[in-house]
Design a protein around this ligand. Structure first.
Ligand code: FE2
Ligand code: FE2
Length: 300
């Protein structure tokens, strides 16, 4: 029987993630002592396996979010917060197919057709997801096109920029880590999360198309599985870079989402009204936690 695969990646100067095929994951801090040789100080060179690769990828996300754990906002959800989340979902989706195709064509140039094929497939799967967010906004009576044209939530901007930058790099393997981070977080959303949002919406309004699709109920769960299998099949250097970028993206995502969640409902309404140039179509009384801290977990 082949021995279990062990994989490891250093994600910051002082922390490495170690994962075994059996599912165990550790965060490792090099001891720095000369007496003992640290086996994880040199980059891994072996093959990957799904059980260990998923440990590295999810470990990277946990580590990224752990950095802001104590400052993490937990506001009650409101409709205004959900509208901002949909705007964010639009902006993190609208350029995804184009960006992924750009990275794919670079991998074709580099003689890596298997990476190009994977990215092209992802580009096809992600096509039209921005329109789901626009439909949800319209269902809520919000002029979606005008709103997204005039408004990118501050916390979402660094995330969009990161993906643009990754996809235009000379060796754009990091875009896989970024995508994994976003999709894995989305796939954590359960039916009850969707029901909470439905409870905020006016009766008879279906405004959870994007959320359903980007949850454990939609295609996101299979995207996550496919990405884990693909990353596990990559050479060690590529796996290392994908995991490192998953960590960097988790840091940016955690800070960005928290930035949005910390805003008061009054601030959010002001931003939305300025962007569309008129009052929102809902009276504030429709927002159950009016006057309190607001927020709905970002839709993407
Ligand atoms: Fe998507
Ligand atoms: Fe997806």
């Amino acid at each position: 029987m082949a021995p279990l695969v062990t994989e490891w990646v250093t994600v910051t100067g002082d922390i490495s993630i170690i994962a075994r095929e059996s599912g165990e994951v550790w965060f490792h801090t090099p001891s720095g002592t000369k007496e003992k040789v640290d086996p994880f100080a040199t980059p891994m060179t072996g093959v990957g396996a799904m059980g260990s690769t998923v440990g590295l990828l999810d470990g990277a996300i946990n580590l990224g979010f752990a950095r802001i754990e104590k400052r993490l906002a937990h506001p009650d959800p409101t409709l205004a917060g959900y509208i901002v989340a949909l705007v964010g979902a639009y902006h993190t989706s609208v350029d995804t197919p184009r960006n992924l195709r750009r990275a794919a064509s670079r991998f074709n140039e580099l003689g890596r057709p298997e990476v190009a094929a994977y990215l092209e497939e992802r580009a096809r799967e992600e096509t039209g997801h921005d329109r789901l967010a626009l439909k949800d906004l319209r269902a809520l009576g919000v002029p979606g096109e005008r709103l997204v044209a005039n408004f990118i939530p501050e916390g979402i901007k660094p995330l969009c920029k990161r993906f643009d930058d990754l996809c235009t790099q000379d060796y754009p393997i990091g875009c896989i880590g970024y995508s994994y981070c976003l999709e894995r977080i989305a796939a954590l959303k359960q039916k009850t999360d969707i029901e909470k949002v439905e409870a905020l919406c006016p009766d008879g309004v279906d405004a959870t198309r994007f959320l359903r699709s980007h949850s454990s109920l939609g295609s996101e769960a299979s995207h996550v599985e496919e990405t884990i299998a693909f990353v596990a099949s990559l050479p060690a250097n590529d796996r290392i870079r994908a995991v490192q970028e998953t960590y960097e993206s988790a840091l940016i995502m955690a800070e960005g989402y928290n930035h949005e969640l910390l805003k008061s409902e009054a601030e959010v309404l002001e931003e939305l009204q300025q962007a569309i140039g008129e009052a929102l179509p809902y009276r504030l009384s429709l927002c159950p936690s009016n006057g309190e801290k607001r927020g709905a977990r970002p839709a993407a």
